[in-house]
Design a protein around this ligand. Structure first.
Ligand code: PMV
Length: 357
């Protein structure tokens, strides 16, 4: 199966072109935490793609006429050498599947819709946008490939950049990680959530409260590694599967209260894994906890359907139905803003998948 994604082209003489894709960021509701070799996740994750937080990547390519480095990377118009090492590693990982890349010279220009160093992870939208551009080049060399293969392989490649990036290729609700709970699921790429989703979840809003913008003390890469030999690793696997089952049920049947319970349980379980790793670490900040307590109070008092989730960081994603938008905005401004870094937050909502520009 993995070998289905190997493409060796012999038609590389003198090609030249550009391609441009916009790809969204995503936030996991069931969290991926821990991996096996070759970016295979320990557990199945489920996420929603966002609408306003995205990366636009343009790749200009031509047949290579010099040896040495074969790509240049520009982020928001400036050469970004610090990212080149990560990109080098990505290109090494995907070389076997896209050998044509070593015969090309690439200029990669990337821009994010969300502010630089806002504390919002951009690896998901960045690697997914870049992988779609790479697939565009492959399609130019091999026009016979169909959409199914195009997006599956784009997700497969994005996964090798950053695990969660593979879910950004599939819009709205998408899952990654083989499980008997979801049809068509795979460890190698993300797939669309296979069940019919109740329409009360069609218009979810996601407001990201920026609590801390600094670089995390412990990266996700290290965090994933610490799940190896973690005292609760097996229990976490069982819990993630059980939560996935319950969330599936909630999404299919429109059970909002169950949705809230599982989304928050997953966020706190992710951080519980960090706090019980060896070495242990804490990415939440005092203001993260202040906000969580206020969200719980607000939900109870106002009979709201608001809940929160967390990434591997201190920032909070508030998730709520669109019909509560106006009230939640007032709540944010009156009670939560003071806990955000410079009062910063980003209003977003569930969005579609990537598209070509
Ligand atoms: O894709 P990575 O390696 O940055 O890991 C992301 C892990 C979480 O964001 C914490 C959870 C997830 O499923 O996205």
């Amino acid at each position: 199966m993995i070998n289905d994604f190997i493409y060796n082209s012999n038609k590389i003489q003198n090609i030249k072109g550009t391609c441009k894709w916009r790809s969204p960021s995503n936030i996991a509701l069931i969290k991926y935490w821990g991996k096996k070799p070759n970016q295979i996740p320990l557990n199945t994750s489920l996420s929603i793609t966002l609408n306003n937080c995205y990366t636009i990547t343009e790749v200009s390519y031509q047949t290579r006429n010099k040896i040495g480095k074969n790509f240049e990377f520009f982020f928001e118009g400036k050469a970004k050498l610090s990212f080149e090492e990560k990109l080098n590693q990505f290109f090494n990982r995907i070389e076997k599947y896209c050998s044509f890349l070593s015969l090309l010279e690439l200029k990669i220009e990337s821009n994010n819709s969300f502010p630089h160093s806002s504390g919002i992870a951009s690896s998901a939208s960045s690697y997914s946008a870049l992988s779609l551009c790479i697939m565009d080049i492959e399609k130019k060399l091999n026009p016979a490939i169909d959409d199914k293969y195009f997006f599956q392989k784009a997700s497969f490649l994005a996964r090798l950049g950053s695990g969660s990036a593979c879910r950004s290729i599939i819009g709205s609700f998408s899952s990654w990680g083989q499980t008997s709970i979801l049809d068509h699921s795979s460890d190698l790429y993300a797939t669309r959530f296979s069940s019919k989703i109740h329409n009360i979840f069609n218009d979810l809003c996601d407001t990201v409260l920026i609590v801390d913008k600094r670089e995390k003390e412990v990266s996700s890469t290290i965090g994933h590694q610490l799940m190896k030999g973690h005292a609760y690793s097996n229990d976490r696997l069982d819990q993630a599967n059980s939560n996935l089952n319950k969330l599936k049920d909630a999404l299919e049947n429109g059970n909002y209260d169950l949705f809230i319970k599982i989304v928050e349980l997953e966020a706190l379980s992710l951080h519980a894994m960090m706090m019980t790793s060896l070495p242990y670490f804490i990415l939440m900040k005092p203001n993260t906890l202040e906000i969580i307590n206020l969200v719980w109070k607000y939900r109870k008092e106002k009979k709201s359907k608001i809940c929160f989730t967390l990434d591997a960081g201190a920032n909070i994603h508030l998730i709520y139905p669109e019909n509560e938008y106006a009230k939640v905005q007032l709540f944010i401004k009156s009670d939560l803003l003071k806990f955000c870094h410079l009062g910063e937050f980003i209003n977003d909502k569930i969005g579609n998948g990537p598209f070509k520009l």
